[in-house]
Design a protein around this ligand. Sequence first.
Ligand code: 1JT
Length: 259
Amino acid sequence: MEDILQMKNKNVVVMGVANKRSLAWGVAKSLYQAGANVIFTYRKERSFTKLEKLLKEDGLEAKAIVQCDVNSDESIQQAFTTIGEKVGVIHGVCHSIAFAHAEDLKGGFVDTSREGFSFAQDTSAYSLVAVAKASQPYMTEGGAMIAMSYLGAERVVQGYNVMGVAKASLEATVRYLAAELGQHSIRVNAISAGAVRTLAAKGVPSFNEILHKIEETSPLRKNVTQEEVGDMSLAMMSHLSRGVTGEIVYVDSGYNILG
Ligand code: 1JT
């Protein structure tokens, strides 16, 4: 298995672990099991504490843990310089970060503020551009970047609102980056994950209904797990997906194909 994937001694940066339910944590577990060196970035001190606890509990070892606030170019540059100095070569980056103001996910879409729209775009989509720029100098052996998206990017999922527009932007960003970085053997793809109960889903009033509907109607008749998203991320980082770039891969029990 490990030989096919060729992830042994590969240095992969995982951004966006907030707690044990985070999709990024699923990605980290899959990568670690495949033999990769995992470098974590976190924003809040609280996430750093959580991360240290999780690593201990699940018996993982981090190659490095570095602070990074994706709303700041300086912070991103500094984080990747630190990582680059520590590991030399970066082979993969998983961007599992999104944010919007709570009020922009509650009201009507038409009420989205200029600032809220801009903040969601900056944090959830532009950040991938800035991360690609900062990591590229260290991806000297080629590599792969993965971003996390959601069906709300291309369909109207009630309540997803400003995040849907930000994810549409993220998916287009994946394609433009893929087109440009391909010449350096850097692949850029996104996973469109089905709904998973994470910290991000907290406080979404209709979330239980969404999960129920997927369980009842999706082709696989079940909700997606963090492990399923982690394993597809691993596949998309690995040698197995070397011919794939600019793609949005659904890990959603097939829900997106339904009319
Ligand atoms: C964010 C949030 C990004 C929630 C997210 C997200 N990507 C997926 N979800 C879960 C979700 C949220 C809503 C939804 C369906 C799924 C919240 C904080 C900002 C970033 O609506 C039907 C609202």
